[in-house]
Design a protein around this ligand. Structure first.
Ligand code: E4P
Length: 228
């Protein structure tokens, strides 16, 4: 399973790539805001970083960038996506999974601009991403589970549907808004292609109380043993 970093902060992206070998980046308007930079500055910085690292091209290191979420109609969505896509060959353009968004994504994919159908909350929406040939589909997990839903069956349903109809692997399933290591595992068990989350959640996934306890036990033993 691939791990993407959900962030527009360059220091986090650089760290997660060099320390953990993350496979791509996802951003959204909220992450851009949190970077503290103007939208165009933030995405240009990421585009420059990708080039500097020798990762040019979405096949090597995809970076999802969302269009202005105020845009509701397919024509202006396509226009906005074209402008963002022209900045970097790594950019996959995030389009909301509305009727107009699906129309826009279908057109963009036809002209070779890769898309990520985002804000997906049902398998019915996810099917549209497969049918449009979008590079990515982003079912949001954390937002649903924060409201009491258990998403394990939801993820499995999307994976099964994609396998049933040949979408699996072509439109890659990015489980998004992952908030806990447990949710990473749920996505892996279900067969999702990718998870995307923040640095803190990946760092949490290293932690286990027994690991800490074991290190302490072995430290005690080490301290009571002669070296030679
Ligand atoms: C995914 O691509 C989204 O950027 C992200 O996971 C949305 O969640 P968040 O902004 O609530 O973390």
């Amino acid at each position: 399973m691939k791990y993407f970093l959900d962030s527009a902060k360059l220091d986090e992206i650089d760290y997660a790539y060099h320390a953990f070998g993350i496979d791509g980046v996802t951003t959204n308007p909220r992450h851009i805001m949190l970077s503290g930079k103007p939208f165009l500055t933030a995405i240009h910085l990421i585009a420059d970083w990708v080039e500097k690292e020798g990762l040019t091209g979405w096949e090597k290191f995809p970076v999802s960038v969302e269009i202005d979420p105020h845009i509701e109609q397919a024509d202006p969505m396509v226009e906005a996506a074209r402008k963002i896509a022209a900045i970097s060959p790594n950019f996959a353009i995030k389009i909301p999974a509305t009727e107009q968004g699906v129309i826009a994504a279908r057109r963009l994919e036809a002209e070779g601009i890769r898309t990520n159908l985002t804000l997906v909350f049902s398998p019915a929406q996810a099917i549209w991403a497969g049918k449009t040939g979008s590079l990515f589909v982003s079912p949001f997990i954390g937002w649903k589970e924060a409201n009491g839903e258990d998403c394990r069956q939801y993820i499995k349903d999307i994976v099964d549907i994609y396998k049933n109809y040949g979408f699996y692997g072509k439109t890659q399933i990015i489980c998004a808004a992952i908030r806990t290591p447990k949710q990473i595992v749920d996505c892996a068990v279900a067969g999702a292609d990718i998870v995307t989350t923040g640095l803190a959640v990946y760092q949490d996934s290293f932690k286990h109380a027994y690991t800490d306890q074991g290190i302490k036990t072995f430290c005690d033993a080490w301290d009571h043993t002669a070296l030679e």
